[in-house]
Design a protein. Structure first.
Length: 460
């Protein structure tokens, strides 16, 4: 039999059919997969089945070849030629979806990434080049193995690009102890590039106001993929959303001429706690950064946010115990306390309790993540824990988090608000059906003599 076979299919389609056949899939199973992965090709599932059967039969891969070894022995002799220009659908039509086609986490902590990647013909194929093509950092991931099926395609400028159907198995690099060089590099870079914003002179109203900027459940470091959970989220997206909110509230504080800003961030600001990429109680999380790098990235974000807000009015911040990052959030608070120790315009409250209360004129505010308390117990905490402030105030709210959705209850003279989040949906929340909430964050404007006068909704 002549092992050279010319097809009207695009090379990507041919390579995919061969790969699926190596997995011992039958014609019908292959046809169903091809119809889903290439919806732009106007072929029904039945049509795909017929074409797959004809193509594999011409290659000598008939139904009797049941094992991957039999398939591989025959496929290794097959040469797929460049398709004819007058019969091949356009490259745009057959272009696969971007990003990882699939991501799977194994019980041993390794990850399997399957995707189509591209590398130029003159570029050396190494584990580092493969891992970069999967949009991962070689510094953060260690390659266990990879397997590529490949074909060539020419770009408009004449370069030859090698396309790979790539299966990559990696595991996070082990960083049991933080290196002194990492810390030194962080502060050296911060010292070289850091420029503190200059405070602005703003004429205050006669009736003082305070702005509460509440960014809860950011989950910095969470990793989510559209193919798995219908949403894409990583530390870069989290950082972008965080500063969009901070900049919006900076402008709002200027417009309202506030005398004080209450900055609330310690509700699962980080997604993990400790060196094992897990929550405080040990639930493993997907993350793309070593824990040291993630912490340093997070505290830099907080420093920059507080310094910007403090150019408008004095900023006060504090700690709330949460379930994903109870320790990491407290360490970040200590970092902020050290950073702003000589700044008269910033007050960092080093509280160690899981809840916090703040009084502003006739306003009394309570803060909790609401993970550790039973809901029925929440309703009597404020009056018991702050009896004096309770008796001297007329407007009271308790701001809560954790559930990533909004709920409001007015019980016993206190408004209890569970606040939503701007973080993405990962596979856990998707599997549980916790989807559909509008990604948003709230800020609150208080009059010292009246109470809440304005709520601001920032939708991402």
């Amino acid at each position: 039999m002549d092992n050279k076979f010319t097809s009207s299919y695009n090379d990507a389609v041919l390579a995919r059919i061969l790969e699926l056949r190596q997995q011992d899939l039958g014609y019908k199973a292959i046809a169903n997969i091809m119809a889903k992965e290439y919806p732009n090709i106007p072929i029904s599932v039945l049509g795909w089945k017929s074409k797959v059967e004809r193509y594999l039969t011409k290659l000598g891969l008939n139904r009797s070849d049941k094992t991957s070894k039999n398939c591989q022995d025959k496929i290794s002799n097959v040469i797929v030629r460049e398709p004819c220009s007058n019969t091949t659908p356009s490259t745009e039509t057959l272009k696969p979806r971007t990003g990882p086609k699939s991501v799977e986490r194994k019980s041993d902590g390794s990850y399997i990434y399957e995707s189509i990647i591209e590398i130029f013909e003159d570029e050396e194929v190494t584990p580092d080049s493969i891992i970069k093509a999967h949009k991962l950092s070689p510094a953060d991931w260690e390659v266990i193995s990879y397997k590529n099926n490949y074909w060539s395609q020419q770009t408009k400028d004449g370069k030859t690009v090698v396309l790979y159907q790539s299966k990559l198995i990696v595991k996070p690099r082990s960083f049991d102890n933080i290196a002194e060089s990492v810390v030194l590099e962080h502060f050296t870079k911060k010292a070289e590039t850091h420029i503190k914003p200059k405070p602005e002179r703003i004429n205050k109203d006669t009736n003082p106001r305070m702005l509460e900027v509440n960014i809860c459940d950011l989950h910095l470091g969470k990793l989510a993929f559209d193919a798995v959970s219908g949403d894409t989220y990583n530390y870069k997206i989290a950082k972008e959303r965080f500063f969009n909110l901070v900049n919006t509230e900076y402008r709002r504080a200027k417009e309202n001429k506030v005398e004080k800003i209450l900055f609330v961030w310690s509700n699962d600001f980080f997604n993990t706690d400790g060196i094992n990429n897990s929550t405080t109680r040990g639930t493993i999380q997907q993350t793309a950064l070593p824990w040291q790098n993630l912490f340093l990235e997070g505290v830099s974000m907080l420093v920059d946010a507080i310094e910007l807000l403090s150019t408008v009015a004095p900023v006060k911040s504090f700690y709330i115990a949460s379930n994903h990052s109870r320790q990491a959030d407290f360490y970040a608070l200590c970092y902020l306390q050290a950073w702003f120790r000589n700044d008269a315009n910033v007050q960092i409250i080093n509280n160690q309790k899981s809840r916090y209360y703040e009084r502003y004129g006739v306003v009394l505010l309570g803060f909790s993540h609401s993970y550790y308390e039973k809901e029925n117990n929440l309703y009597h905490l404020m009056s018991n824990e702050c009896p004096e402030e309770w008796s001297e105030t007329t407007y009271r709210e308790f701001h809560l988090a954790h559930y990533h959705s909004e709920k409001v209850k007015d019980v016993g003279g206190v408004i209890y608000r569970w606040l939503p989040t701007v973080c993405g949906t990962d596979d856990y929340h998707y599997d549980k059906g916790y989807v559909g909430s509008v990604k948003r964050s709230y800020s609150f404007l208080y009059d010292k003599c009246v109470g809440l006068i304005q709520m601001n909704c920032n939708i991402i």
